[in-house]
Ligand binder design. Structure first.
Ligand code: DGT
Ligand code: MG
Ligand code: MG
Ligand code: MG
Ligand code: MG
Length: 260
């Protein structure tokens, strides 16, 4: 069939394929979640249910996009890692990020009521997304370490800030008290003034969430025999491990198994 005279407009579509043989990371981040968390009265500094919806949305993204090997999330953001061998949408960046971010947002909205049965979703949640290519395993690990270090720094600050505010000080006083302090000072304030041992806080807050595909025994009823059968399945599973040190990567060598 002959092409129509309009076909030439295709030539205006630019090639936006990601650099071959590199690790691709899609990071999504909640748009205006400062206001979103106030509007939905999230607990401060951390809301376990809000993190639950984020993790659920990320699990659903991983179930849908099988190329993703690992994801890391904290606060209102999630990073999804695609290995160098990935050929999803021929590595076209706009196709990949738009698919990941729309799946994430629709699942966030779809599963909201499971985590907040008594709280209506008041606005349509929106996320931005970017894709960055990292050339080596080292740079990929440094990227993930950067996000987990960010989680730690923010969480330590926020934990100290809200402890001071909840003790009756104003937000301005809390900010002044923490200005110029180092990590050890914040740990000390938490321990000596509020009897909080920072390191004993739940890892979900201190470390964020890591999702990997874990071999899991899944039981189901056979349609033929009506009997229970079990099989091994790789199920996206949320962990709160340290991913900065070597231990995690030594325990899961498949995550970095690639020729590049
Ligand atoms: P953006 O990303 O430029 O559109 O603006 P925001 O407002 O989303 O800012 P961002 O992403 O830098 O910071 C995330 C905001 O979300 C931050 O203000 C704190 C809030 N947030 C995230 N998780 C929680 C939570 O568990 N509890 C509360 N109270 N707030 C949270
Ligand atoms: Mg942002
Ligand atoms: Mg945000
Ligand atoms: Mg953010
Ligand atoms: Mg189509």
């Amino acid at each position: 069939m002959a092409n129509s005279k309009y076909e030439y407009v295709r030539n205006f579509e630019l090639d936006d394929s990601a650099l071959p043989s590199t690790w691709m990371v899609v990071r999504i981040d909640g748009r205006g979640f400062h206001g979103f968390s106030d509007m939905h009265t999230f607990d401060k500094p951390n809301d376990l249910k809000a993190l639950g919806v984020m993790n659920k949305a990320a699990i659903e993204v991983m179930k849908n996009i099988r190329d993703i090997t690992i994801a890391y999330g904290q606060s209102d953001e999630y990073s999804f890692v695609l290995p160098p061998s990935c050929n999803l949408y021929s590595r076209r960046i706009s196709k990949i990020i738009s698919t990941v971010v729309s799946l994430f947002a629709s699942n966030y909205a779809m599963h909201w009521s499971e985590y907040f049965p008594d709280r209506k979703l008041l606005v349509a949640p929106c996320f931005d997304a970017r894709l960055v290519c990292y050339p080596t395993k080292k740079v990929l690990r440094d990227y993930l370490s950067w996000r987990q270090a960010d989680c730690h720094i923010n969480n330590l600050y926020n934990t100290a800030f809200w402890a001071i505010v909840h003790s009756g000080k104003s937000e301005q006083e809390a900010e002044e008290k923490l200005r110029g302090t180092f990590s050890k000072d914040k740990n000390e304030i938490l321990f000596s003034e509020f009897n909080i041992n920072y390191n004993s806080l739940a890892p979900v807050y201190r470390k964020g969430s890591v999702i990997i595909r874990k071999e899991t025994e899944v039981k189901s009823i056979s349609a033929q025999t009506g009997k229970e059968v079990s099989r091994q399945k790789r199920v996206p599973t949320v962990l709160h491990d340290d991913i900065i040190g070597d231990k995690f990567w030594e325990e899961h060598p498949e995550l970095l198994a690639s020729n590049t």
